[in-house]
Design a protein around this ligand. Structure first.
Ligand code: SF4
Ligand code: FE2
Length: 629
């Protein structure tokens, strides 16, 4: 923690950590210190608790578990279970939106379908006739068919082609995946099978387990991520490019303050709407506030921000407690994922009401307002959101000014980048691809992922970005890793100063920042869409292109899935924090070397962020050489 307090790059975070330390409020960073030293078996991936003959751990004296599983099998099984959890996490969130899209299509949801262009474009990709025999297929009917297709790909049990993958993935990749025998049936099936084969006495072949890891990676990419992203853009519409104030200083003591935390846009969108209610705004004013203000924590905050504006990005999941520590939040609404239980310890020190809305994600001490497609109450989203915002307003007078501490640091950021609006800016993929061809832009890196107290909070992301930009590598970002880039000015056109002369020339006169913020973690789909469009424009397969994925500070199961899904596309993934695979030379070599022949990509781990950035740049140059660029 001491190191974080001294070295984390955002001065507001440093100020807040010092404040909470002085107040004696425990945070994630204290708990990380308390966990040290961390279990060596866990770090190496060589402990197993899959059955009750164990737990077993692999040592020189006992190289096999009770059942006979060796280090390779145990490491592979553990990794596969993480992967399955990642597929479920993004998939569960996507399912909610797919069901909401279906409900909207059938008139059971209060929101109109906002993504008119998206629905039509997806229908065309899916080969769904948007004319109809009599030329009268409605937008709702198209959206309903898309929702059915996405849900079917998510949950199919009878073997059959994965429709989204077949329609959207590059043909060269599909062929490769077919040869490897890893085309998925559905997300549900591959998760089911992952739990099956990692169970006691089932798959004892580490390599076969790795094959299923790859299969899960494809289910992750094409159902959990792309499927979910299609549903979101279809229902809620595309991102809107805009400028927004970020960081602690955007938090106004005069307002009723509500944080939106989690991942599903369904409740978050309803909250944004409710916060505009004239009745609630009037009530807030009557109670002495100047209005109602919304803030984004983690991903649902980011996706609300780029659709509706006025949701100020404050922090990723790991820093959530620091935002609560301001004492200035009147209500904190959380739906699902990356809502770390520790937030309650800090919330309890203040008047802040925490509201949970998903039955999958409850916290003792929080008010639970159960909302989900499973409750059949999607049509009540607006009414529930109204109730939640009203609770915030009524809680405002309970805030104690003496307890409020808000670091002043604030900065604007350009947000809302999508494949569509980027290509429109450049007048098509070919024009942007030309910058790659001429070498003004040396490569493009999707710099994303979570945070992890194993490295200095937010510093690895910043350090990697600095190296990449200086070497004329364009950066895309989303999710938790995007917060330091938002907060430290990387998402402003002025940040072009940090870039080398080539990148500066490529973006000059466009008013664009050198880091393009694409939204929340699920918006990896936008990055892969842009990569695909540029590869197609140059007529080259993705594994040859100077693109990469980097998640220097990754920590959770979805992060594992994200990195793997880009490797499946043929792009290397780069990290400062290693995966727990050191206990098995075979599994490690598979991920770090052997997938080069299978997928055209590998996992690269370099602990030092500056060196990781250098390594990415070197590898991209190597790809350029191979391409003859
Ligand atoms: Fe031990 Fe095997 Fe049971 Fe794992 S599955 S706990 S290695 S006996
Ligand atoms: Fe996320």
């Amino acid at each position: 923690k001491q190191q974080v307090m001294e070295q984390t790059p955002d001065p507001a975070v440093r100020a807040m950590l010092a404040h909470l330390e002085a107040q004696g409020v425990e945070t994630l960073f204290d708990r990380f210190d308390a966990q040290k030293p961390q279990c060596g078996y866990g770090l190496a991936g060589t402990c197993c608790r899959h059955c009750n003959m164990g737990p077993c751990r692999i040592t020189e004296k006992s190289p096999r578990g009770v059942c006979g599983a060796d280090a390779d099998v145990i490491v592979a099984r553990n990794l596969l279970r993480w992967m399955a959890a990642g597929v479920s996490a993004h998939g569960a969130r996507g399912r909610e939106v797919m069901l909401a899209l279906k409900a909207a299509a059938e008139g059971r949801f209060s929101r109109p379908i906002a993504g008119v262009e998206k629905v039509r474009a997806v229908a065309r990709s899916f080969g769904i006739d948007d004319k109809g025999e009599e030329g009268n297929v409605t937008l709702e009917q198209l959206a309903g068919r898309i929702a059915d297709r996405l849900l079917e790909d998510l949950s199919r049990t009878v073997p059959g082609p994965h429709g989204t993958l077949a329609a959207m993935a590059p043909p060269e990749r599909i062929e490769r995946w077919r040869e490897l025998g890893i085309l998925p049936i559905s997300a549900y099936h591959e998760v089911f099978e992952a739990l099956h084969r990692t169970g006691t006495g089932t798959d004892g072949d580490w390599r076969n387990l790795m094959t299923h890891l790859l299969r899960c990676g494809l289910a992750f990419a094409w159902s959990s991520v792309v499927g979910s992203a299609i549903a979101m853009d279809s229902l809620y519409g595309p991102p809107v490019r805009q400028r927004i104030a970020a960081n602690f200083g955007a938090l106004k003591a005069e307002s009723v303050n509500i944080a939106i935390h989690g991942h599903s846009p369904v409740m978050a969108s309803a909250i944004v709407q409710a916060a505009e209610s004239p009745e609630l705004v009037a009530r807030a004013r009557a109670l002495g506030a100047d209005g109602i203000r919304l803030y984004g924590i983690c991903c649902s905050g980011l996706s609300s921000m780029y659709r509706y504006g006025a949701v100020h990005p404050l922090s990723n999941a790991v820093g959530a407690e620091l935002i609560l520590g301001t004492g200035a939040l009147d209500l904190w609404v959380a739906d699902m994922q990356d809502v770390l239980p520790g937030i309650m310890n800090v919330a309890e020190c203040f008047h802040t009401i925490v509201v949970t809305t998903s039955d999958s994600c409850r916290l003792p001490g929080a008010v639970h307002i159960a909302f989900a497609a499973d409750h059949g109450n999607l049509d009540q989203a607006d009414e529930m959101a109204h109730r939640i915002v009203a609770m915030a307003v009524e809680n405002f007078p309970r805030r104690q000014a003496a307890n409020v501490f808000i670091p002043e640091t604030s900065i604007d950021a350009e947000i809302g980048f999508s494949v569509e609006n980027i290509l429109a800016d450049f007048g098509g993929a070919a024009a942007l691809a030309e910058h790659l061809q001429t070498g003004r832009i040396r490569g493009i890196v999707n710099l994303v992922g979570c945070n992890n107290p194993k490295v200095v909070y937010e510093k690895a992301i910043k350090d990697v970005a600095d190296v990449l930009l200086s070497k004329d590598i364009l950066v895309l970002t989303n999710g938790c890793a995007s917060f330091p880039l938002l907060k430290l000015g990387y998402c402003l056109p002025e940040a072009l100063e940090k870039a080398g002369p080539g990148l500066q020339a490529a973006l000059a006169g466009k008013g664009l920042p050198p880091v393009w913020h694409m939204g929340e973690c699920l918006d990896n789909a936008r990055a892969s869409g842009l990569f695909r469009a540029l590869a197609d424009a140059l007529g080259r397969p993705l594994p040859q292109m100077p693109f990469a994925f980097a998640s220097p500070e990754w920590s959770n199961e979805k992060g594992l899935g994200a990195a793997l899904s880009f490797r499946l596309m043929g792009l290397n993934s780069y990290h400062c924090v290693p995966a727990p695979v050191f206990g098995s030379d075979k599994v490690r070599r598979f991920l770090e070397e052997e997938t080069e022949a299978l997928l055209g990509s590998v996992m690269v781990v370099v602990a030092d962020p500056g060196q990781l950035g250098e390594r990415i740049a070197t590898d991209l140059e190597e790809r350029r050489n191979q391409l003859g660029l």
